[in-house]
Design a protein around this ligand. Sequence first.
Ligand SMILES: O=C(O)CCC(=O)C(=O)O
Ligand SMILES: [Fe+2]
Length: 244
Amino acid sequence: MEQKLKYSCDPNSPASEGYGSRMLVADNDSVLDWRDYFDHHTLPLSRRNPAKWPHYQPNYREVVAEYSDQMTFLAQRLLGLISESLGLPSSCIEEAVGEFYQNITVSYYPPCPQPDLTLGLQSHSDMGAVTLLIQDNVEGLRVFKDGEWITVRPLRDGILVLLADQTEIITNGKYRSCQHRALTNAERARLSVATFHDPAKTRKVFPAFEPPIYHEVMYGDYVSSWYTKGPEGKRIIDALLIKY
Ligand SMILES: O=C(O)CCC(=O)C(=O)O
Ligand SMILES: [Fe+2]
């Protein structure tokens, strides 16, 4: 506990770096998740301060930095392939996102004595462009597809790609962000590591196709709505739909 408090994040500031357990800002957090997390700010380098990361594994900070590089490379490649699949230049989505703001969040879901009463993490889609997730061998993640919650079976050495809301906006809904949630279980703790790739808060994001089905949005405004209203599935992106 002492170590956790030493690295604790600011509970009043969304997605602040360090150790925490709330997804939304404290005042608006009516749903509490059964989860502890540690958030690392890894990119751009101007945000990176390894002194704020744990150091009790001697090479922990080097491993996080190397992991950040590898995930960046993979995210760039994926956004390039998605762009090409839509007949766009391969750099199109990456350019629309701009410089990556990358966070690496390690989530720990302790065993929960009454798993039917709470979620590990409430239903949401991620806000940014693309999330790359690794998990241990304990099932818990569910994705919402065709009206049903589907279990994502953990794959050894597999990296799960979760498309996020800004990619849905940029592709004008041709690619959908993934609605997901995490369940708890009574017996085993679960661990996952999510690497988020987001635009800068000042970035204006808009569809690359005509006619647009989403309004343009300043990413910082999107993030504020998400944290203050709560994601509740995909309602933040749904609110940007243009009604023709
Ligand atoms: O722990 C998981 O499997 C999901 C984590 C997640 O969705 C998130 O941090 O946004
Ligand atoms: Fe997520």
